[in-house]
Design a protein around this ligand. Structure first.
Ligand SMILES: [Mn+2]
Length: 359
């Protein structure tokens, strides 16, 4: 029998933690806290506290999506807002980093704190590594790695009593059940509801599902949209222009608070309409803001946007780019030389449709 690599990884992590028992570890989340980062951070905090290292899950940006706020509230996830004020923030001996191998520069003085471990599933060169790192690009979420660590530590059992219990509402399930539910939400979210999941993600989900509160998982993860966002989707459907398997939709003028409904509309249209790729765009403030989504691995979002918006030419105020499956662009109209919004709308629509027709 080959030795269990996760048991070995856990022993290495526990050894590093034990050598610093009674120290305090910061787990600084990057950007807006999302389900994958929050649940993986909770799992890491639990492993650390069992070795005598107290851990704080820190964030700077607020928990912004309604789904994520419900997750934090219903599961009692213990988050701590980083203030940047030396009086108010605890002193930390270590960083534990999850779901992005990088420290947000806004954490200021934390940049001088040594890194103990990194858990991540993103590719590219990590900006930050610690003494013990688990960086795997063959999984769809950091929570998939967290489940393996917790399992190796024997924590994923119905009778497990967690050290990091969080702040659950009255009547909530046991801490281990809430942690398992959080991990399940993390995996489901990061794999686009398993469309992008690979075998390790399904296996970890099955393990977490044994302990999770499944009705609560469904309630948190039903991807509820606000009535205002639904109205934006309505406008997108109303204005949708389809050529071959490509769709483009203009949603008009949106207040900044509804900016997120542009990528949400693109996600919804590409996953529910029988199209290979979708662009949704609208005017937010003085900027035309657009999102491209595709489920076709042959579509390169960055190249499509670059062609449609002629980014190879010098175009002040126009920017865009993409990665696997997703892309976005912005066209700032503050520059007086740019044409009015209606002309820009027509130009962008024609750019995409001409490129799609030619390809
Ligand atoms: Mn992730």
């Amino acid at each position: 029998m080959s030795p269990d690599p996760w048991a070995a990884a856990l022993r290495a992590l526990q050894g590093a933690l034990r050598s610093t028992a009674n120290a305090r570890m910061a787990i600084p989340l990057y950007g807006y806290p999302d389900p994958d980062s929050m649940a993986a951070a909770w799992a890491l905090a639990e492993i650390a506290e069992r070795e005598g290292v107290a851990a704080d899950i820190l964030h700077i940006d607020p928990v912004s999506h309604a789904e994520n706020r419900l997750m934090v509230r219903a599961l009692g996830i213990p988050l701590r807002r980083w203030t940047g004020n030396a009086e108010a923030d605890p002193k930390y001996a270590w960083l534990g980093v999850v779901d992005a191998a990088v420290l947000d520069p806004r954490y200021g003085s934390l940049a001088t704190v040594p890194c103990l471990c990194v858990w991540d599933h993103h590719g590219g060169d990590p900006a930050l590594t610690g003494k013990v790192n688990t960086i795997r690009t063959d999984v769809g979420s950091t929570c998939t790695l967290a489940v393996r660590y917790l399992d190796a530590a024997g924590i994923l059992s119905p009778g497990a009593d967690l050290h990091v219990r969080g702040r659950p509402p009255p009547g909530a399930a046991s801490a281990v059940s809430r942690l398992a539910t959080a991990l399940l939400v993390g995996i489901a979210t990061d794999t686009d509801d398993y469309l992008l999941a690979r075998s390790p993600d399904f296996l970890a989900s099955a393990r977490a599902a044994e302990l999770a509160d499944l009705p609560l998982f469904r309630r948190i993860h039903r991807r509820a949209y606000s009535p205002a966002a639904m109205e934006v989707f309505h406008r997108a459907l109303d204005s949708l222009v389809v050529r071959a398997a490509f769709g483009i939709a203009w949603v008009g003028t949106l207040p900044p608070i509804l900016r997120d409904s542009i990528p949400q509309a693109a996600d919804l249209l590409v996953s529910r309409l029988d199209l290979d790729a979708v662009v949704v765009f609208g005017l937010v403030g003085s900027t035309v803001d657009g999102s491209l989504r595709t489920l076709d691995p042959n579509v390169d979002p960055g190249a499509l946007i670059a062609h449609a918006l002629r980014l190879s030419e010098e175009r002040p105020g126009v920017s865009g780019g993409g990665r696997e499956g997703k892309g976005g662009f912005r066209w700032n109209l503050e520059d007086a030389s740019t044409p009015a919004v209606e002309a820009v709308r027509v130009q962008i629509e024609a750019g995409f449709l001409e490129y799609v027709a030619s390809g």
